[in-house]
Design a protein around this ligand. Sequence first.
Ligand SMILES: Nc1nc2c(ncn2[C@@H]2O[C@H](COP(=O)(O)OP(=O)(O)O)[C@@H](O)[C@H]2O)c(=O)[nH]1
Ligand SMILES: *[C@@H]1O[C@H](CO)[C@@H](O)[C@H](O)[C@H]1NC(C)=O
Ligand SMILES: *[C@@H]1O[C@H](CO)[C@@H](O)[C@H](O)[C@H]1NC(C)=O
Ligand SMILES: *[C@@H]1O[C@H](CO)[C@@H](O)[C@H](O)[C@H]1NC(C)=O
Ligand SMILES: [Mg+2]
Length: 404
Amino acid sequence: MFRRVHHKTGKRYRSSCIFSCFIIACSTIIIQLTFEHVKYLKCVPINPDDEIIDRQNDWKYQNSITGTWYRWKTTDEKQNDHIEWRVNWLNVAPTSYLGVIVYLTTRDELNSLHTSLAQLSHLLSNNPRPVVIFHEGDLNDTYIQKSLAKTLGDRTPLGFECIQFSNSSHQTRFIHRRWSHKYFHMCRFFTIMLPNHPLLTLFSLYWRLDSHSYIFGSKPIEDPFEIMQERQIQYAFIMVNEEADHYATGLFELFNEFLNEHCLKLSPSVRQTQITWFGRYSLAMFFTNFALANVSLFRDHSLIRAWLHMVDRNGGIYRERWGDAPIHTLILTQLISRNHIVRLRYFGYMHRQEYTCASGVQGDLCKKQVQPFLKNAALRYYHYQDGCFPSNQNLLCHYYPEIT
Ligand SMILES: Nc1nc2c(ncn2[C@@H]2O[C@H](COP(=O)(O)OP(=O)(O)O)[C@@H](O)[C@H]2O)c(=O)[nH]1
Ligand SMILES: *[C@@H]1O[C@H](CO)[C@@H](O)[C@H](O)[C@H]1NC(C)=O
Ligand SMILES: *[C@@H]1O[C@H](CO)[C@@H](O)[C@H](O)[C@H]1NC(C)=O
Ligand SMILES: *[C@@H]1O[C@H](CO)[C@@H](O)[C@H](O)[C@H]1NC(C)=O
Ligand SMILES: [Mg+2]
């Protein structure tokens, strides 16, 4: 009997213990959830404009008429009070300032640059748009400039902007020694510097191409600047690609830090285009050697500016070889709504050994169109079906509306 009572007490004791544990566990969960909630409610975003510090750049640019050099700023103070940036236009002065086609290049790529300009001249013959070539002084020879102007044809304005990258060493702690200093400067140029050059204040939209970027097709194309203006598009691309993971070390972590500072969560577009099934960063990116953008997007949008400055301060461009492509892709998919970004599919495009034909141009027709650019028999060329790499599996590729 005694034992039985004892047994009963033990049982009661045990069940009350289980009950208490249950209550404690529940309370802990509730407290934690509340805390998370309060933390979220309490999240105070930092002011994006407070984060923008001029880093005492020693990059410079030169005016093509006066020859004066200026220090290049990335803050939004009006660029050195240029009332209006003046350009020494070859061929003819622009009649419209809606859009400008921009290149950065060197004399080493003069041959491909001629090809690239010839393609622009053919395909945009219905609506020539001004072209501006940024260079480091190796293209200020008048003879070279005139021959490039001739390739474009006398209806297309052509300007040259001489720039100087920094040569200070504080930015040059490389991990990727295989790449020259200059490559990192190029990445920084397209990430943050270009939209802050005073030439861009003259135009509403810009279109970036590389010297080895060829647009192609069987006939002149509709003007992409007009399409952007009519449809209020902020950004347009043509191909997508995937970054190598060793060129994006720490980038996605920095992006999450940025979101936290501004009390933002990953947008549905980032989640759908750049996060894998396993919740990891997919490295999908716009292939930004071809990109059309509203100039004010990367210059005046305060959160985008804050992100670009954060990336710049971090030094990852020089340290890890972060490219403008993943840097821009993350912030655009985060902040720009789905109907303000498009993929252009109505003409062919080739960059180095990679190409895609216009939507609907397949098989022999595609081969025929691209044939003139497959010049080097020693190289292997890659046809990106649909413009998507590695394949249709790249979720970024078909996410945005396409213009065919
Ligand atoms: N002026 C100048 N242009 C460069 C330099 N490095 C690259 N570029 C140009 O910047 C553009 C992009 O560079 P590219 O080497 O094509 O990069 P990739 O497309 O990532 O291989 C091309 O038009 C190059 O000619 C450089 O050091 N100086
Ligand atoms: C041409 O290039 C050199 C740098 O190589 C530069 O110092 C010079 O000022 C440039 N501009 C003109 C208009 O000659
Ligand atoms: C680059 O270095 C040279 C000498 O090392 C110096 O004279 C020049 O001013 C520097 N350029 C810039 C933009 O700082
Ligand atoms: C570019 O963006 C600015 C700011 O959002 C807007 O006011 C302007 O209309 C846009 N330009 C074009 C051509 O879409
Ligand atoms: Mg390139």
